[in-house]
Design a protein around this ligand. Structure first.
Ligand code: GTP
Ligand code: IMP
Ligand code: MG
Length: 334
């Protein structure tokens, strides 16, 4: 804090939802603002024994005092958004949520168009690619065109700059992952825009000089949904299950492909995002004795050695270590 941006270091699903929800509770930001592509993302938040899967609402919603914002760069599917507001009612999200006048709007026909791309390049089929294409043609509807969004519309960059001037703290949420970036990823098997930290800042309308920390989140191993290159992919289903690495997509339910931690990609993600620190999730999958540990000294020796090895390779300190899905299962070395 005071201004922190969190992004994914591999192919999405690194556990950003977990890290963001922890930061939202622990650092108590005044504002949590979401950048990224749109409802193709699926963040998982596990809090007080309940699991929330979100595609539009910021993962920081569990802090009842935080103002929640969705930046102009993001695509919104109003149907998905209203369904999530219903599911998170107990947190009073509705009264705290502001959506920028210029968010792009996904309509049914974008979702239909995306089914073709789903077959060709394995998209999530949520309409984000066709909507961003139409946005580039300057034909897409935006927030201010949608009657039902009117009561929530706001100037997100304006709110953020006012907060910065008042020395308030801001948490900015990225979605997807560095190698799904349209510019820096494994083209054409990528998402429909850049998703590295500079673009996440542009999505919410905050200039880089106001940012104190850039956190890149890595999973302890690499997963990827859909086609595209994946170095050293583990193809043996039995081995994946035995090592506890079996996962299914939050949005699509698709099987996530698995590979060991990739230091080369991690180093490049640190470079592309200008990371000041890294977060590592799912350490408990590699080292079951790490499950639920909250103090570094309580980690098994092999887990500490692995973390040191990764730290040496990527060149920035690992300051957040997630040891289970719950918000509180974490080691915070900041
Ligand atoms: P995108 O925005 O779609 O890229 O997703 P994400 O980065 O928020 O990750 P997602 O929630 O899709 O997937 C991460 C999965 O790992 C979820 O099921 C989390 O509950 C789980 N998870 C996160 N951290 C940990 C951890 O430290 N240990 C374990 N066991 N599970 C974790
Ligand atoms: P699209 O973003 O739906 O167009 O999909 C393009 C590629 O990005 C596909 O390989 C998707 O599986 C992947 N993708 C998009 N969003 C996410 C995400 O949040 N997590 C993981 N993969 C994603
Ligand atoms: Mg996900």
């Amino acid at each position: 804090m005071p201004v922190t941006v969190v992004v994914g270091g591999f192919f999405g699903d690194e556990g950003k939802g977990k890290i963001l929800s922890y930061l939202a509770i622990h650092d108590n930001p005044d504002i949590v603002a979401r950048g990224g592509v749109g409802p193709n993302a699926g963040h998982t938040v596990v809090y007080n024994g309940r699991e929330y899967k979100l595609r539009q609402i910021p993962s920081g919603f569990i802090n009842p005092k935080a103002r929640l914002l969705i930046g102009p760069g993001v695509l919104v599917n109003p149907k998905v958004l209203f369904e999530e507001l219903e599911r998170t009612k107990e947190f009073n999200v509705s009264s705290r949520l502001g959506i920028d006048y210029q968010v792009g709007i996904i309509e049914e026909r974008h979702i239909k168009m995306d089914q073709e791309l789903k077959k060709e390049i394995g998209t999530t089929g949520t309409g984000t690619g066709p909507a961003n294409a139409e946005r580039a043609l300057r034909k897409l509807k935006v927030g201010r065109d949608i009657e039902e969004l009117k009561p929530r519309l706001t100037d997100v960059p304006g709110e953020l700059h006012k907060a910065v001037e008042e020395n308030k703290s801001i948490l900015i949420e990225g979605t997807q992952g560095t190698f799904l970036s349209l510019y820096h990823g494994t083209y054409p098997y990528v998402t429909s825009k850049d998703v590295t930290a500079p673009s996440i800042l542009a999505d919410v309308g905050l200039g880089p000089r106001f940012v104190d920390d850039v956190v890149v989140v890595f999973k302890s191993y690499v997963t990827r949904v859909g086609p595209g290159p994946l170095d050293n992919e583990i193809l043996d289903e039995e081995e994946i299950k035995r090592r506890g690495m079996e996962e299914y997509g939050t949005v699509t339910g698709r099987h996530r492909r698995v590979a060991p931690f990739n230091k080369r990609l991690a180093r490049r993600a640190v470079m592309l995002n200008g990371a000041t620190m890294a977060a590592i999730t799912k350490l408990d999958v590699l080292f079951p004795k790490a499950r639920g540990v909250t103090r570094y000294e309580d980690l098994p020796k092999e887990a500490k050695e692995r973390l040191e090895d990764i730290e040496d390779a990527i060149g920035v300190p690992i300051k957040l270590i997630s040891t289970g899905p719950d918000v509180h299962e974490i080691i915070d070395l900041r």
